[in-house]
Design a protein around this ligand. Structure first.
Ligand code: R5P
Length: 296
């Protein structure tokens, strides 16, 4: 039997994933003691089963990581058959190399700790780790990244009628996501780039596409402060774009990011349910199901 569970951050997504997989939802009791220590208990029998742990690491990464370690070690102890970990939002992924001497390479540390705690397989969704040469080498167990960009693009085009759409990544690293989204809805894609004309003139502009009079869908992995998207909206408006739609996998939306993006001129902003947010209308459960189906 396959059981899908979660600690405190992803119970709804774990439920949706269980439904998508036609599996059982396994509830947990999670408590924090007055001194800040955590307590976790699985509320049904797990021994001998395949367990999928859906645990997103947004908003309170340190707390959710400890919950994850407690769950994984307990599952090993309780003699389950196999543990598949899904971290829809994989925190610490942006610190994926030693930028300054002496720094911890946080992505590597967290991936290794999840493996040591008892995972047999790790899935992430649109994880930010562009500088890591070979992600597969971070752990001895399979670590696979899958994308929700296709689901986001489908949602936007089902909700709005985009005229001659172009999909744009706000920086070079986001071009891969723009490609997935664009191919899903059969549109052109590009990324913004900084072009230096002389020592004093730098312009941010689409690398190859002319966005004039076109509706644009901007896609990115994370919206944190919103500054990256706001800058992209400004640039695209300067280049004559018509309506601008925004899709992101992980809407962390720090402080007033969402309202600032609307004030900058976005027509519509949508995210997935990897982290809780007011715009998480696109569930990643189908994406998780497709990824897990291949190994369970
Ligand atoms: C950066 O490379 C990422 O892909 C995102 O563009 C970035 O994390 C977004 O952060 P913010 O919303 O604070 O600009």
């Amino acid at each position: 039997m396959v059981l899908v569970t979660s600690g405190s951050p992803s119970k709804t997504l774990a439920w949706r994933t269980a439904q998508a997989l036609n599996a059982e939802y396994l509830d947990t009791e999670v408590k924090m003691f007055p001194d800040g220590e955590l307590y976790i208990r699985f509320l049904s029998e797990v021994s001998g089963e395949d367990i999928v742990v859906v645990q997103s690491l947004g908003h309170k990464p340190n707390q959710y990581l400890i919950e994850l370690f407690l769950m994984l070690d307990a599952l090993k102890d309780l003699k389950v058959r196999r543990v598949v970990v899904v971290t829809p939002y994989f925190a610490y992924a942006r610190q994926d190399e030693r930028f300054k001497p002496g720094e911890a390479i946080s992505l590597q540390t967290i991936a290794r700790l999840i493996e040591i705690a008892g995972a047999d397989h790790i899935f992430t969704i649109d994880s930010h780790r562009h500088r890591v040469i070979d992600v597969a080498k971070l752990t001895k167990i399979p670590l696979v990244d899958v994308s929700a960009m296709g689901e986001l693009a489908k949602h936007v085009t089902r909700t709005y009628d985009l005229r001659n759409p172009a999909v744009i990544g706000p920086d070079a690293e986001a071009e891969a996501w723009a490609k997935i989204a664009a191919e899903t809805i059969n549109a052109d894609y590009d990324a913004l780039e900084k072009k230096r004309f002389d020592a004093e003139t730098v312009e941010v502009r689409p690398r190859k596409l002319d966005v004039k009079e076109r509706d644009v869908l901007i896609v990115d992995d994370i919206i944190s402060t919103g500054n990256t998207i706001i800058k992209a909206i400004e640039v695209l408006k300067q280049h004559g774009a018509r309506d601008i739609y925004v899709g992101c996998a992980h809407p962390l939306l720090v402080k007033n990011a969402l309202i600032r993006i609307y004030q900058a001129g976005a027509q519509y902003v949508v995210g997935t349910d990897t982290v809780s947010s007011p715009i998480g209308l696109v569930s990643v459960a189908p994406v998780i199901k497709e990824a897990i189906r291949k190994i369970l």
